[in-house]
Design a protein around this ligand. Structure first.
Ligand SMILES: Nc1ncnc2c1ncn2[C@@H]1O[C@H](COP(=O)(O)OP(=O)(O)OP(=O)(O)O)[C@@H](O)[C@H]1O
Length: 414
């Protein structure tokens, strides 16, 4: 779906704060063929040297990795940059960090940039962690005394006391990212912080520590946070940009709406293997068939959900017991339904049908999958377990990302 790109739809409290990143109609193209890309490169150098304006459209085998992206980010704002694999997020960050040049458009950055883009980028693998800190510091123009003053804090933040004198090429991916993050936030003290999938390889302790640090940093800088984890994005982003094949298809301050749109971009055709004993004939969610469809079934938060499942079950199982497990988009099991009817479910000529009513569904916004299972009897052997047998998306007007809403009563101030 292509949306009109809204300008910032909510008046930002930080409107009077300085713009740290200004991106105007930035585009970058790449070439699929290495041979052609080398040839185009030589031609481009030639045209730059002769001062001829670079006005090519796409040449054979070229494609836009990033196309016409524009936004501004002020101090105190955090842009969640989302999109499917290959959407152009890293390419955009590399342009912002000055690693590659845009083919079109302009980028203006005010202040120091701390970037954690490609894992290990910026580190020399044969130098130790300590040596890399000094190299990075001197590239930034810091004196030895200034780096010395921050060294302990960097090592402590990265929790690399034991390994700081080992070559970086011997570090695990988590250790490399710890060092990269510590250098980006402690050594550089950035005005602009670019974080690309940083938290994906860190352990839980490191992720929590990074969030605490980012929380403290956001008021002082502009952050761009790239992640495939929507809960993480919604946790810190003040703004959102969704890229699709390099193009922004949603931009604005409604983080929740951007994430909804991102979720709706995925094909949710159920695919599962159920075996010989049980077959799924149909799954209806609020009357809508969920098998063989790419349309996401939408359910309003706090509305009822009725799930009707019809199975073909080998007649030898007289009273099978169904169970359902609900998973969120991050594949966390969030709820389970166990069939507890007084009367056991009957297998009539191999057909078993049952209906489940979940009143006032309190799931937060997002995409959910349902695993359907069947056991022979309560606590008996499992006959079938169909992962992701059906999908539905919970919609809500407000940014409801938590599972529950709590209501306070007015009481006297104690
Ligand atoms: N140096 C390059 N040469 C050719 N193509 C490239 C180059 N760098 C990136 N691309 C292509 O540009 C597109 C965007 O890649 P990019 O790494 O920016 O995507 P992404 O959104 O960061 O993806 P992911 O979520 O998988 O990290 C992809 O099709 C990729 O193959």
């Amino acid at each position: 779906m292509m949306l009109d790109l809204p300008k910032c739809d909510v008046q930002s409290q930080s409107d009077n704060k300085e713009v740290l990143i200004r991106v105007e109609n930035v585009s970058k193209k790449f070439c699929r063929s290495l041979k052609k890309s080398l040839w185009y490169g030589i031609k481009d150098i030639g045209s730059e040297l002769t001062g001829r304006k670079y006005e090519h459209e796409l040449r054979p085998d070229e494609f836009w990795s990033v196309k016409d992206v524009s936004f501004e980010l002020r101090r105190g704002e955090c842009l969640g940059l989302i999109g499917r694999n290959g959407a152009g997020k890293t390419t955009l960050l590399k342009m912002l960090n000055g690693l590659i040049k845009p083919d079109r458009g302009s980028i203006e950055i005010n202040g120091k940039v701390g970037g954690l883009i490609a894992l290990g980028a910026g580190f020399n693998p044969i130098l130790t962690g300590r040596e890399n800190i000094y190299v990075n510091g001197s590239i930034l123009g810091l004196s030895k005394a200034a780096i010395d003053a921050k060294l302990e804090e960097i090592i402590e933040f990265a929790e690399l006391e034991e390994f700081i004198d080992a070559p970086v090429q011997t570090y695990s991916s988590g250790m490399t990212v710890r060092l990269g993050f510590a250098v980006a936030v402690v050594l550089i003290e950035p005005d602009v912080l670019l974080l690309d999938e940083v938290l994906a390889v860190g352990d839980m302790g490191f992720v929590l520590k990074c969030f605490r640090k980012i929380d403290l940093l956001i008021p002082k800088c502009a952050v761009i946070f790239v992640s495939h984890s929507m809960p993480q994005v919604s946790r810190i982003a003040t703004d959102i940009a969704l890229l699709e094949k390099g193009k922004p298809v949603y931009q604005g301050k409604n983080v929740s709406e951007g994430i909804d749109l991102y979720y709706s971009k995925f094909d949710v055709i159920p695919s599962f293997y159920v075996g010989e004993l049980v077959q799924i004939i149909s799954i209806l969610i609020n009357g809508q068939p969920s098998l063989d469809t790419t349309d996401t079934i939408l359910v309003e938060r706090l509305a009822d959900i009725e799930i009707q499942i019809t199975l073909k079950v080998s007649p030898q199982f007289k009273h099978p017991e169904p169970f359902l497990v609900f998973y969120d988009a991050e594949q966390r099991g969030i709820a389970e339904y166990i069939y507890e009817e007084k009367l056991p479910l009957e297998n009539i000529n191999g057909n078993v049908s049952f209906k489940i009513l979940i009143p006032k569904v309190i799931f937060s916004k997002g995409l959910y999958s349902i695993t359907v299972g069947l056991s022979e009897s309560k606590d008996g052997p499992i006959l079938m377990r169909a992962q992701s047998a059906a999908y539905f998306q919970v919609k809500a007007e407000k940014n409801l990302w938590t599972a529950f809403q709590l209501h306070g009563e007015s009481t006297q101030v104690i």
